[in-house]
Design a protein. Sequence first.
Length: 184
Amino acid sequence: MLTFCFDPFPVLHTNRMILRQLTHEDAEAYFQIRSDEQVMEFIPRPLAKSPADAQVVIDLISAGIDKNETINWALELKTKPGLIGVCGYVRATPENHRAEIGYILNRHYHRQGLMQEALEKIIEYGFSEMNLHSIEAVIMYRNKASASLIEKCSFVKEAHLKDYQYHRQQFEDTCFFSRLNTRV
């Protein structure tokens, strides 16, 4: 079984971004993301109604890091300080050497290749530092942009489950994607 250690927190760098730990100062920007109906359309979580709601999620993320169970990074442009998104491992099963990746991005930064850049760095970290054997992504079938993004990161669709999630008063088909560590 794998054992994770996120202390000290691993700050990562891409060409355009710093991937750092979320802080209390990010609550307002995270609220803007989590309260945006367009951004949250395919994320089966309640909309944030206040910065305090966003702070609760930041605290949950921090608790997962403190327990060495899960890890998420705040995405920040090198040229413009401030949170623009979050990406990381939202669920892990260390006994199976597997983790699920999740991500969310302020819609003003969509379609600029930023999330793909972050994902590639975080996937590299998952395989090389966390020693994961596989990484999965769970995506609602109607979320074509997310499916396309994850496929650009060399994930393969493994399953399509009918009416798998109940979200916004309707059942949603869900697709499971996976990427194996080919360095082993």
